[in-house]
Design a protein around this ligand. Structure first.
Ligand code: PRP
Ligand code: MN
Ligand code: MG
Length: 179
């Protein structure tokens, strides 16, 4: 895989240090509250796992799969639920865990959808923010890093379903996308 990588943007160590910080902040903010982490599959899977290990609270976790990209590199704006939550979020403090906010269309849909289920609160924790391509105005509560307008992969983020297992965030060489 290494030969396809143009540049590493965020190293494994930088990711883990930031996630530790985020975990500590969330631990402080949600003390005594009934917190549920909601992982947006599949991209947020690595982030969710590492973040949860850094939150020192009796939280619960659930998983939701929505899709906006298919296998292309451009957001279509069409969001569909592929897998819904298994549990009710009524009366709970919900924290949505996402890998990246790009156009914001995925989260704006998800936010409205989850708010309609009667939770006590809904907040957003995103690992990456790519503000340059925003189409929907999304206000998040926790963020790891801001990234430039490049197609980033690794640590959960894919190109054509691959590269999710890289432990860092990187940009692929142009020829990989044009194949
Ligand atoms: C990607 C990414 C975010 C979303 C961000 O997911 O993981 O969930 O797109 O894009 P947006 O802000 O423009 O909506 P994708 O739909 O590719 O599914 P995946 O997580 O399974 O890769
Ligand atoms: Mn995703
Ligand atoms: Mg994807």
């Amino acid at each position: 895989m290494e030969q396809n990588i143009k540049q590493v943007l965020i190293t494994e160590e930088e990711l883990q240090n930031k996630i530790k910080e985020l975990g500590e902040q969330i631990t402080e903010d949600y003390k005594g509250k009934d917190l549920i982490l909601i992982c947006v599959l599949k991209g947020a899977v690595m982030f969710m796992a590492d973040l949860a290990k850094n939150i020192d609270l009796p939280l619960t976790m659930d998983f939701m799969a929505v899709s906006s990209y298919g296998s292309s590199t451009e957001s279509s704006g069409v969001v569909k639920i592929i897998k819904d939550l298994d549990t009710s979020i009524e009366g709970k403090e919900v924290l949505i865990v996402e890998d990246i906010i790009d156009t914001g269309l995925t989260l704006s849909y998800l936010l409205e959808n989850l708010k309609s289920r009667g939770p006590k609160s809904v907040k957003i924790c995103t690992l990456l923010d790519k503000p340059e391509r925003r189409k929907a105005d999304i206000k998040y509560d926790y963020k790891g890093f801001t990234v430039p307008d490049e197609f980033v992969v690794g640590y959960g983020l894919d190109f054509d379903e691959k590269y999710r297992n890289l432990p860092y965030i990187c940009v692929l060489k142009e020829e990989v996308y044009s194949k």
